[in-house]
Design a protein around this ligand. Sequence first.
Ligand SMILES: [Zn+2]
Length: 266
Amino acid sequence: MAETQRLSQNDLIARKNRIANYGSTNKNNTNRENPLPIATKSLQKTISENAILAALSVHDYRRIQPNLETVDLLPGKNLYNCGDGIRYVYFPINAVVYLFTTLKDGATIEHGVVGSEGMLGISAVLGEMTTPNQARVLSRTRALRIPAGFLKREFCTGGMFHQLMLRYIHNFYIQSSQTAACNRHHNLNQKLCRWLLMTDDRAKSDRLEVTQEFISQMLGMRRPYITAALGLLQKEGIIQNRRGYIEIIDRQALEESCCECYEIMK
Ligand SMILES: [Zn+2]
């Protein structure tokens, strides 16, 4: 029987709304048309805080939910290292995870950031069970994870989950290519503003628990340059730069100081 025949008219409307809303990093996103079945209320709430999982149909959700588990992520921990086998795919809740590459000489550079709008472990979904890069957690938080083999099989069955993941992979590809262009052609102040905005969107807090050393590694710039650029933003009243955290004071001014990349990537 065709899938559309199994779903009620309300289910079809709800699905249409979920697809239309998917991908938004709006902190007030309340896309909750269908109550989530089976799981405890705590797990339901956790699942609904990741945009991909929240957009699943009830049919897909019932099949996937038993394989999900909640895990704590520690700041500075690498979820993946280059060449690692991918055992799990992660769906961040309020986590911020940076994907980056380390060259032979030890130099590092980010090429993407993932929060509750997305997932980590794309390679496994596409059939490659090792990761070509590294993924590092910014601050202590939680995520849901699911065995990579299970998710790969789910992806291959097609359907809505397949569509959601393809759409996210496409969006991530845009983000990654724009990050490469930004890293090459825009100045440090612009890159730093873009980095703070992208992190702020995913951290769901204007107080970002981040060290200058971490920013230095992700932007591939020496720490004294990061210190100077942060100092400039603080002098203009845009941020408060404190030991171990950065607080965004004037979000609009931060956006106005940024290059065009944030508008393309957000
Ligand atoms: Zn840029």
